[in-house]
Design a protein around this ligand. Structure first.
Ligand code: AMP
Length: 285
């Protein structure tokens, strides 16, 4: 069932609650691919009812980012969701989410702002305000759907760490389920933004997964010095790659590591053909 308004969603959810059903929420921006479907399948496996939200959230995009050109494929998304047995696809407009004519700014709207140490690093550094926008919309979706469990991908590792922190700090009674990264056979992590890449660009984009896999195998061989591990990674880069960051952090707190250990998360962001791509790996696994 495709619903666009909050009241209709609440109406359906209330019926489920009376039946004692457990509810899973999978927040997405649409342009669904197998990565999203893995979250939906996990939700179907452990919840009685599943809601998938499809909303390209304007407040998490910076002024020079790709909000206008972000792929919007609701008809195809709907077919995929129905095939997976999704109970509600919630696809609101920005007016429905934020109020008609509402100016989208923290001058006039209440925002949920995650802690400075979690946002002033990695993707948050080059995307100021991004995680405020993410936490605000996720909190709104949590309040609208009131799910028992919500499903997020490790693909956006900083995002899921920040959401877990928000849930803990604000006593949100929802369990966050983190799902592994789904990749193409080539190793490329699936992303809605891969649609912007040419075939050559997709080959060049393999550098992200190659670098993080190489770091993991070097670590398994006993190299723990982060500077040395970074040096080996840089040798994979060519003039086709515009590296934004390659960082080694604690997988729970995002604190920087100088020596890699089993709790280390390695994250990379790199532009290929002007498209900003991200990937990450737990090297201790
Ligand atoms: P998005 O539509 O890009 O906002 O993503 C919605 C959710 O799908 C987020 O929790 C993402 O982390 C997750 N996701 C995106 N790509 C993948 C992937 N390749 N594997 C697993 N989860 C993913």
């Amino acid at each position: 069932m495709l619903l666009n308004d909050i009241n209709s969603v609440r109406f359906e959810i209330n019926k489920w609650r009376k039946e004692g059903a457990t509810i899973g929420l999978v927040p997405t921006m649409g342009a669904l691919h197998a990565g999203h479907l893995s979250l939906i399948q996990k939700a179907k496996e452990i919840c009685d009812k599943v809601v998938v939200s499809v909303f390209v959230n304007p407040i998490q995009f910076g002024p020079s980012e790709d909000f206008d050109k972000y792929p919007r494929t609701l008809d195809a998304d709907r077919i995929l969701c129905e095939r997976e047995g999704v109970d509600i696809i919630f696809a609101p407009s920005a007016d429905e989410m934020y109020g008609e004519g509402q100016r989208l700014s923290n001058d006039t709207l209440t925002y949920v702002c995650p802690p400075f140490f979690y946002v002033n690093t990695l993707c948050g550094k080059s995307r100021p305000g991004h995680f405020d926008g993410v936490c605000t919309v996720v909190m709104k979706l949590f309040n609208i759907v009131q799910p028992d469990k919500a499903f997020f991908g490790q693909k956006d590792a900083q995002q899921v760490i920040i959401i877990k922190k928000m849930v803990k700090d604000l006593n949100v009674p929802i369990e966050i389920i983190q799902c592994p990264i789904v990749r193409e056979e080539s190793g490329l992590a699936l992303s809605s933004r891969n649609k912007y890449l040419t075939e050559d660009g997709k080959k060049d984009a393999l550098v992200l997964s190659k670098i993080i896999n190489n770091i993991k195998s070097c670590y398994k061989k006993g190299i723990t010095d982060v500077s040395a591990l970074k040096e080996t990674a840089y040798s994979f880069l060519t003039d086709k790659h515009d590296l934004e960051y390659l960082e080694f952090v604690d997988k729970a707190t995002l604190d920087n590591k100088r020596e890699a250990d089993d709790d280390t998360l390695v994250l990379i962001a790199c532009r290929v053909e002007g498209v900003r791509l991200i990937d990450n790996i737990y090297i201790g696994d």
